[in-house]
Design a protein around this ligand. Sequence first.
Ligand code: ME8
Length: 529
Amino acid sequence: MEEKFYITTPIYYPSRKFTLGNCYTTVICDAVARFNKLLGKDVFFMTGTDEHGQKIAQSAKNAGKTEMEYLNEMIADAKELWKMLKIDYDKFIRTTDDYHVKSVQKIFKDLFDKGYIYKSAYKGKYCVPCESFWTESQLVQGKCPDCHRDVVDQEEEAYFFKLSAFGDKLLDLYKNNPDFLKPNSRVNEMVTNFIKPGLEDLCVTRTSVEWGVPVDFDPKHTIYVWIDALSNYITGLGYGTEDDSNFKKYWPADVHIIGKEIVRFHAIIWPAILMALNIPLPKRVFGHGWLLFGGDKLSKSKTVANAECVDPRILAPRYSSDAVRYILLREIPFGSDGNYSTELFLNLINSDLANNYGNLVSRTLSMLKKYCGNIVPEAYLDTEEEIDKDLKQTIEKCVNETRNYIETNFDVSKALASLFGIFTKANKYIEVTEPYRLAKDESKKSRLNTVMRNLLEAIRIGTILLSAFLPDVSEKVLNSLHIEKPKFDDVKKIYNLKAGENINELGILFPRLDVEKELEELAKIEESK
Ligand code: ME8
């Protein structure tokens, strides 16, 4: 039976249009999902939207629309964006979907029946934008510790989840499953900041919020955002519905990839809910760092001095979806925070995509045309030299590293760095073997063929792997190599192209950009928005 692999993004709030920050997580998950498909696994990749709560109701009101009118427009925009960035999800869950609402009600009732949810009254400091109650001690200088905004006093009848019963179980979980929560620093944060000081029971319903899932046996209460939202990971697989075959097949999740600010919910509350329901826990939770824009998590489209363009809806059509995916996947060390800037983006397109990969493919194919009439040559192994072995060893090493980085730690950034090692090496191989010189000497014909064949195979192997990260350009190149379905197994074969096949030249894959000029153009686009 095929090994299964279930991966999820957070479900994002559609209270504003998705940002490059939301793209960051989604593109990473997409690349990891695609890589696992390459490996031959049966992959299920889910993303979606978190559509209940005060903030959404407020956004709809501000737009002069009903909640559903507003949400449908936002979701259409989100799906359009994912199409633009070639996000190949298997399921898009909306928490307003009927089946989800019903399953959340069942989950709530189940927790209530098992004694993990009880009714009481809540008094506390409430942050409206974050929809979070905080205790006095959690406030930072009297303000919400997450968003630093003002909190208000609030008291109401509410249901509570017995989170306090799970402290020791969570400590055991982290201890017995050192891979459960990554990077490791997040474990320390959870233990020191939340579990050791003592977990408090969690308020899980609101009476003041109408836009939410009602408690079916006490409908003046709506189920507060986190039980509703976190449950998506199982309801999206059909848990609690008539057809739960996907739940049986794919649960537990292999990984939830999320931003570091919601690790608390995924590494404390979610496992506690699952333990209470007697459902197996996800295998991994990975809390990645933030993409920072001028040092800030929130992308501002206009800064005073420099009009930064951070809108993927402008960048992807202008520079290709692959270019946007590339910077998101490559630039930030996975797990840490990192800065984004338009200049960095444009320079990376030039250095890695145009000068390295694009250049390798276009010069190889143009030499193939000139010297071999577009025909894949036989590899004359009797003309093999040290430099060929060196190329092959580098390829093998890079392939293994790429796979390892993804499989052990979902580290897309390091994986891409290794993968590009193949292209860098192949470009150097051209400089050293000088096919243009060999072509001038008829007696070197078989050596020339070997060199060209090695280059084509390097491109083939690298591009098969690249298809997980940059699907558009890879498809173009793989099509020209007559590879319909890229498979990881094929990268282990060093000579796998068919000799005698015709390979046509491709146009320029990534045109070199005039960075200064592009920055000016983008600034104009930003100003005219
Ligand atoms: O928190 N850098 O939704 P949300 C990196 N609905 N990642 C970023 C980012 C940035 N600058 N900005 C956003 C929610 N993200 C809840 C989740 S899950 C059951 C419910 C990404 O719309 C990152 O994944 O606020 C972060 O965790 C998520 O968007 C927050 O999305």
